[in-house]
Design a protein around this ligand. Sequence first.
Ligand SMILES: Nc1ncnc2c1ncn2[C@@H]1O[C@H](COP(=O)(O)OP(=O)(O)OP(=O)(O)O)[C@@H](O)[C@H]1O
Length: 349
Amino acid sequence: MPAGAEGLRLSRISKILGGRTIVDTLDLTVAKGELVCLLGPSGCGKTTTLRMIGGFLQPDKGRLTINGKDFTFAKPEHRPTAMVFQNYALWPHMTVAKNIGFGLKVRKLSAAAIREKVDWALDLLSLTHHRDSMPARISGGEQQRVALARALVLEPEVLLMDEPLSNLDAKLRVSVRETIREIQQRLGITTVFVTHDQEEALSIADRVAVMNNGKIEQLDVPAELYRLPRTSFVAGFVGSMNTLDVAPRDGGVPLADGTVLPCERMSGDAGDAVWIRPEDLVIEPEGAPGSTRAVVLRVIPRGHYREVLLQCHGTTLRSFTDTEPEAEQAVGVRATDALVYADGVLVQQ
Ligand SMILES: Nc1ncnc2c1ncn2[C@@H]1O[C@H](COP(=O)(O)OP(=O)(O)OP(=O)(O)O)[C@@H](O)[C@H]1O
């Protein structure tokens, strides 16, 4: 965990639902002001974990503290948390301003205090011009900003977000994501953000917790998670990979016909799988020293780079490259970096 005070701590939290262990003795500490993403495939227990933090579900085992105080069994309304949902969950018959102020009304704040806080939130999220609009009349991105404003006026110590961007189209997703991150950092709110989208997690989080079967497989800053995925599950979930089920040999990677693809750096020298990121597979002119021959099968333009499929001694490889090879062209390839796994666990020298 980064230096600084602790905001949220889950200690050995478990939850059984329908006779199955959905969250399994999970430990997670989030620093004050930090944004941690829970990332993982459908059904791995992300939402169940978030619902336990929000108090909508009670853990069967374990303990949960917020800023040092125990809230393991507290009801949602007695916790210093606020949740933003995937489907916005706005009241359709209330204006934007009334939606934002609803939780404050429930808390019996004076009309003047509610107005002041709602004005602050409208301004923060650039929604002032929609103060009197009905939710159905504003866009999806604006509706999600209203949902965020409604959570923020409650001044939560921990903000919980459950796939808040998944109902938005790709372009809007990026812009609302940037708004969320900017405001979260400006206000310094401890945040747990659930997503199954690895690109979203890597771009918004201070740290990402990759979950599998109710457990956290790796909790790390995005760059480290990408650079050194500690299990093949994490490696398969974060970024793109060439996955070869072979043992490394002679400082490289044996291909289908036994030829060794040279590799400059390998995480280890013994294992049962070698994984190479496409950007670590370099394309050079045929016969370049330290390379092995390959034939280009397909070139897919990806904007500022190209995705190239190669036939290399009986093995199909994928490279992301700045070079401009053509289909059927013979080239040289070599790997700069490779991750070696044994029984699904990263081998490090
Ligand atoms: N009330 C329940 N009774 C039985 N099983 C449940 C219940 N709620 C959730 N589950 C199961 O728990 C598992 C984890 O659900 P959860 O919603 O936490 O997953 P998730 O990682 O958030 O996935 P998704 O991205 O699909 O929402 C799923 O297999 C789900 O079917």
